[in-house]
Every structure is written in C-alpha cells, then in structure tokens.
Ligand binder design. Sequence first.
Ligand code: ZN
Ligand code: ZN
Length: 275
Amino acid sequence: MDMTILGCSGSLSAPDNPASGYLLRMADGREILMDVGPGVLAQLESLGSPGSVDVIFSHLHPDHCSDFPSLVVWQRFHPTQAAATRHTLLGPSISALHLGRASADHPSQVDDFSDILDVHSWHAPVLQDAPVAFDDISQGTVYPAHHIGATVLYAAPAVHPTESYMIRVEEQDGSSLVYSGDTAATGHLAALAAGADVLLCEATWGERDDGNNPPQMHLSGEEAGQAAAEAGVGRLIITHIPPWGDPEGALRGARRYYDGPVELARRGMTVSIGS
Ligand SMILES: [Zn+2]
Ligand SMILES: [Zn+2]
C-alpha cells in the first residue's frame, strides 16, 4: 500500500495544512480515506478521487470528520464522478447518528447516507490491560478483523474523551500500517503496532507531557517513541502537531526512546509501505 498525507495538523487545520486525513491506496486498487478533517476534501479533490473512496474514522472529533458532509455531497451529487457503488464506512458506533446529523438539513433530522455508504462499527475489546502477543492480533482473537476488499483492518480502544480507536491496516502480504488516531498512553498502542512496517503516531504534547495538559487526551513525542520501540516497528511518523505545537521537540522526544527512522508527517508526503 501507499499512504498520501492529505493533512496532518493537530486539533485544527493550519494555514498550509488541513487537519487529519490520510489516503491509503491498497494493492487491490481500493482507496481508503482515513479520517476526514477540515481541508481534507480539497486535497482529495486535487488528487481526483473523492467519489471512489471507502472511509474509516479513528473518532469523530471535528478535526477528524468535519469534511465528511462535503464528501457525501460529492459521492451523492457529482454529475459525472458520484460514487458508482456503495462504499464502506468503518467508524465508532455513533457514526451513523453523529455524521448523519452533521449532514442533515435540520437539527432534528439525521441524514441517512446508506444510499452511498455501508456503515459498520469497529469491533474492539474493552480491556484495561493490553495483550502483548502479535499472534493474538494476527489471529483475530483479541482484535477482531474487519475487511474492506482484500484489506484487513483491526481496531483497539484509544484513551480519549470520545469513542476513539487506534487502527491497524494490513495487506494480504502482511505489510502493515498502524495509526494511533488521538490517544493518551495505553498498552494497546504497542500491542496493536507490534511488528508493523509503519507507525503513524500522534505527539500533540511535543517533547514530553509537562503535567499541565488535560489528562486522558494525547501523547508526547517521548510516549510515541516508547510505543514505537516497544512494538518494534520499522518506521515512526509523528503526526497531529497543532499549529502552536513543537514538532522539533516531538521528534527529539521520540528519538530519545526509538532508534529507528523517525520523521514528521507533512501534507503531500507519500509513504510506500511494504512491497
Ligand atoms: Zn485530533
Ligand atoms: Zn480527538
């Protein structure tokens, strides 16, 4: 697969960078849009493919989903490039209601977008303690498998104020990407990311959490580096740095714990994952 970063600004869009949105091009030809934050649809339009994407959400904070109603408009009404078939939407259990309200004409209405998208909820364990064995993941015994075409996806519960997930995306050949979404530190991150080729991990708090940040919310660069090292991933990409954040500090923090390749996510960057 390859991943093009449509936007990666943390918590809100920035002047030159939409908020969270990642386009995955899979080996079977499908395209999966992972999060749809503000500004992401315009970037997707520049690549020419909004009508043909499946959609997966880590969670439904506005910086991860607020361009979704516009994606619905494209897939439903574009005169020549509307969705030719129903695509898959995988997200939190509240997706149909929450996103349907965002697309509706009136506060009391819920837009039923099942004409264009087949909506499914992530299945993830509610476990206080994360498993540690990759085999548990690959056999689907701890993190149940989801399928979009030939792609296999797993979700683990994130620590965040709304229903949130970390996501593992795997090709048939085993090449794999793990996305932290938004989360505070949890053992599920290293468990889900075990052996992954790429860990795309948030580090909203910069180098380290100075103790003045809200609890149960985000990671620091140090915590991203710790998770990458524990999971033994091949490459770490730091993302979700807010416009007022400290990207260099996040890199410094990550490198303190992880000695593999680390870099910052950038809008427009394309990453090849696996063969
Ligand atoms: Zn966010
Ligand atoms: Zn969030």
